[in-house]
Design a protein around this ligand. Structure first.
Ligand code: ZN
Length: 190
């Protein structure tokens, strides 16, 4: 069975904020936490940090600067003895004009994920919202939807399955009850 993706409240809020801050451009950041083990078949994301050294191309795909990436890898290779791991990345897919954001993995997303050897990627679809708020909820496919002020969000977690982790992206179930509960409380949904 594919692992679930537990996201703590702080990490969830940081990702949402990063997507808002760069809107209508993409954000990109890293996910920290714990990977699945023999005992626990889930990821636990305890931290999310947006990258500062990012080269952006309008709203297509973010490309991290080579130098920034080298520095990051050196830093995390030193931290390997720690239990906390660099699990993968998150990035946003902002709306393009009136079109709803596309939340599937793009070809570039699949390539960069397999090149970097990570097993986890979170894509946040973000679009602007004119009025009202929608409830935060987990959808049947495991993704998470909701709104904060003038933005709609759609969080999707992916892994690559198949030979050498280069296969097809598969959506993973997101589990983030404390974040969703807090947001629904703030907006008076509960
Ligand atoms: Zn993408």
């Amino acid at each position: 069975m594919l692992p679930k993706v537990h996201v703590n409240k702080e990490a969830f809020f940081v990702m949402a904020w990063a997507a808002v801050e760069t809107f209508k451009k993409e954000c990109l950041g890293l996910l920290l936490g714990y990977g699945p083990t023999e005992l626990y078949n889930y990821y636990l994301i305890t931290g999310a940090t947006p990258f500062q050294s990012v080269r952006r191309r309008s709203n297509t795909e973010v490309i991290q600067s080579e130098r920034g990436f080298d520095r990051l890898n050196r830093f995390f290779s030193k931290l390997k003895s720690m239990k906390t791991q660099y699990l993968g990345d998150f990035h946003s897919h902002p709306e393009w004009g009136e079109r709803k954001p596309f939340v599937d993995m793009s070809d570039i997303d699949i390539k960069s994920m397999s090149d970097e050897g990570h097993n986890l990627e979170i894509i946040i679809g973000i679009s602007s919202r004119r009025k009202g708020q929608i409830v935060w909820e987990v959808l049947p496919d495991g993704s998470v939807k909701g709104s904060i002020d003038r933005y709609n969000f759609h969080f999707n977690a992916y892994t690559l399955v198949g030979p050498k982790k280069k296969g097809a992206p598969q959506r993973l179930q997101i589990v983030a009850p404390s974040a969703l509960e807090a947001l629904n409380r703030i907006y008076g949904h509960i």
